[in-house]
Design a protein around this ligand. Structure first.
Ligand code: ADP
Ligand code: MG
Length: 253
């Protein structure tokens, strides 16, 4: 069953074709990697899916419903969550509050509704906090609930971003370079976390440079180069694809 599908998606910045006529589908339960050299258009694809960029051509469907052209908060409310290549956390807020902020992405698409606090919402608040604690435990940060996000180590901040994204109960999770700055041990536990997320029924797409993580964690790979999709397939197929080797793996990146 297809969760997300891109049909001939193009995005230009001035004369740069950041993404050019890219099509692919993401199936339910997939852990799909998008790889390619720097500047290949990977983050632009994520920004197009999440409504940060409008498209110059093509369309994007989520569960068969067209989502391109919709505002980011509507797309989030439909069930697509993400993390960012450059970590975006409320640095001076405790970790747990960062996770709770993520719950609002889905539950309170209407900002005004969340600003008015009838007494009945106190219970809702307690439940939200309880859920945030569970999510922190799920990503291995149960002891960091009250620590300021900005003072966590880099790997923990990336995990916290994942917990925040999961707080909106997404159906599809987009992770932009989640292993950046992680040491080998942290990468190994990230791989376990990705599989645990998949076991919860969340479909995932990830942009990642670490080829051993990509090859070991993902079932399918889409390869971009200069904004174009040059290959798609299983890790084994991608590993031996001549165009991929030339464009990407051959560069030693
Ligand atoms: P990747 O994530 O694969 O490294 P990006 O999607 O970030 O690549 O970028 C693809 C191309 O689009 C690059 O040439 C980049 O400079 C350009 N680009 C991306 N975002 C913008 C933007 N907001 N304004 C101008 N150019 C951009
Ligand atoms: Mg990028």
């Amino acid at each position: 069953m297809t969760v997300l599908e891109l049909f001939g998606v193009s995005k230009r910045f001035g004369r740069v074709n950041a993404v050019n006529d890219v099509s692919f589908a993401v199936e339910r339960g997939d852990l799909l990697a998008v790889i390619g050299p720097n500047g290949a258009g990977k983050s632009t694809v994520f920004n197009a899916i999440t409504g940060i960029y409008s498209l110059d051509a093509g369309r994007i469907e989520f569960n068969g419903v067209r989502i391109d052209g919709r505002p980011t908060f509507r797309i989030a409310a439909m069930g697509i969550a993400r993390t960012f290549q450059n970590i975006r956390l409320f640095r001076f807020m405790p970790a747990i509050d960062n996770v709770m902020a993520g719950e609002h992405a889905r539950l309170h698409a209407n900002v005004f509704a969340s600003m008015l606090h009838p007494p009945s919402e106190r219970r809702e608040e307690r439940q939200a906090r309880e859920r945030a604690r569970e999510l922190l435990a799920f990503v291995g940060l149960e002891r960091a609930a009250d620590v300021q996000a900005g003072s966590l180590d880099y790997g923990s901040q990336r995990r916290l971003e994942i917990a925040r994204a999961l707080a909106s109960s997404p159906e599809l999770l987009l992770l932009d370079e989640p292993a950046a700055g992680m040491n080998p041990r942290e990468k190994e536990s990230l791989r376990e976390l990705l599989h645990a997320i998949r076991d919860r029924g969340v479909t995932q797409m990830l942009v990642e440079h670490d080829m051993s993580l990509v090859m070991n964690a993902c079932q399918r790979i889409v390869v971009l180069d200069h904004g174009e999709k040059i290959a798609q397939g299983t890790p084994q197929a991608i590993r031996s694809d001549r165009r991929v080797i030339e464009a990407y793996l051959g560069t030693g990146a």
